[in-house]
Write a protein that binds this ligand. Structure first.
Ligand SMILES: CC(=O)SCCNC(=O)CCNC(=O)[C@H](O)C(C)(C)COP(=O)(O)OP(=O)(O)OC[C@H]1O[C@@H](n2cnc3c(N)ncnc32)[C@H](O)[C@@H]1OP(=O)(O)O
Ligand SMILES: N[C@@H](CCO)C(=O)O
Length: 351
């Protein structure tokens, strides 16, 4: 119980890191300079041993205390009173970091469709550059779900013993054809928008709405929609499930853009921790950190077995499972179970 005033302000900063050192990407392309927007909560302790690095998912931003409000914040599991919590907007995303709508230094115009393809490994390199810049010699825990878990695994591999704990939720060591297939249907929806290909910020917006509607069906579960979106028996049209998906599409298209969505969906597709490292098992076996892989029993996108596999192949792995009818997005919803799982994991590390 935090006995201080309920209005005690949390130390929070929002900064943008600029690096003019060219970033050489896995594809062989180069980003001549990068910007990474990041948010921090709380203070570093004297030996910098309290760093919690949060990595957001596909449409996330750096304000982790908002979209993960049940886990991060005053009196929550990751309390800024105890930890220095940092979350950076991933490269390619449209919340302050270098993305397709950023100015291409060569042309002085936005990159638009010339923005290079980036992999989860490239995104991890961007985070590493920010870590070095901030002089955070060690990370207590990195934690990320979905795309954030993919980038987290890549970063855990290169951090070696600079990372103590890697918590990977609803994710995978190598993206399956199933996920690639769903991402391709979403890109097809964006491509079918007649504005796609135009050099404008709103290019593909309607297509993005459809893409998000498709995506929402992969983030949830039939039982979730049955519970929340069922209609009375006399209905012949205008079903709640239909308006829910249309709404979610419109809601995303108001806060995100199709170029970033396209870019990050390709990042998800190309994720393979074992690429050029002797394969997935060999790469997982090289991760030094304690790894907690958390699956969701109803996840139809990143199957729980994929999280289980991660825990079995790393040196120091633990698998836990969230029980939920919410599907993949349960990692954003089931905070009570998550807090319990995290507490038991950290207690286990103390023995
Ligand atoms: C890890 C990451 O990086 S995630 C970060 C990026 N994502 C975000 O920031 C958003 C994160 N939040 C979410 O994805 C969701 O809100 C969750 C998963 C946290 C919670 O989902 P739920 O509580 O189940 O809400 P749900 O997805 O059902 O949507 C509820 C919304 O749909 C609306 N809605 C529900 N049913 C219907 C319907 N039949 N017709 C129209 N609208 C509907 C509700 O009014 C509500 O609207 P609001 O969001 O404007 O308040
Ligand atoms: N629904 C979340 C998680 C997707 O994996 C998002 O929109 O980013």
């Amino acid at each position: 119980m935090n006995l201080k005033s309920q209005y005690a302000l949390i130390n929070m900063t929002q900064e943008t890191f600029h690096s003019s050192t060219p970033l050489h990407l896995e594809s062989g392309e180069i980003l001549s300079e990068i910007e990474i927007a990041y948010t921090t909560y709380g203070q570093l302790n004297s030996d910098k041993s309290n760093v919690i690095w949060v990595i957001h998912a596909l449409t996330g931003d750096s304000k982790a205390s908002e979209w993960w409000n049940g886990l991060i914040g005053e009196d929550k599991f990751y309390d800024p009173e105890d930890y220095f919590i940092i979350c950076a907007n991933l490269l390619g995303s449209c919340y302050g970091s270098t993305q397709p709508l950023s100015e291409n230094p060569t042309t002085r115009e936005p990159y638009y469709y010339d923005f290079p393809q980036m992999t989860s490994r490239d995104l991890a390199v961007g985070l590493e550059r920010l870590r070095v810049h901030l002089r955070l010699d060690q990370i207590h825990t990195l934690i990320g779900g979905s795309l954030g878990g993919q980038v987290g695994l890549e970063w855990a591999y290169t951090l070696e013993n600079k990372l103590k704990n890697a918590i990977i939720l609803a994710s995978t060591g190598k993206t399956t054809p199933w996920v690639i297939g769903f991402n391709e249907t979403q890109r097809m929806a964006i491509e079918s928008d007649c504005t796609w290909g135009e050099n404008t910020e709103s290019a593909g917006r309607k297509g993005l709405e459809t893409a998000r509607a498709i995506a929402m069906l992969t983030y949830r579960h039939p039982k979730d929609l049955l519970r929340k979106q069922s209609d009375s028996d006399d209905k012949l049209d205008n079903y709640r499930a239909a308006s829910y998906l249309r709404y979610q599409g419109q809601k995303l298209s108001k806060r995100f853009n199709a170029l970033s969505y396209w870019t990050l969906s390709k990042t998800m597709d190309s994720h393979d921790l074992g690429r050029n490292r002797g394969g997935l098992d060999a790469a997982l076996g090289k991760i030094e950190a304690n790894v907690l892989a958390i699956g969701v029993d109803s996840d139809l996108l990143f199957l729980p077995e994929e999280s289980q596999y991660i825990s079995q192949k790393v040196k120091k792995g633990t698998y836990k499972e969230i029980t939920s009818t919410a599907g993949h997005d349960a990692f954003l919803i089931e905070f009570e179970q998550l807090s319990y799982i995290l507490k038991s994991f950290y207690l286990q590390q103390m023995h």
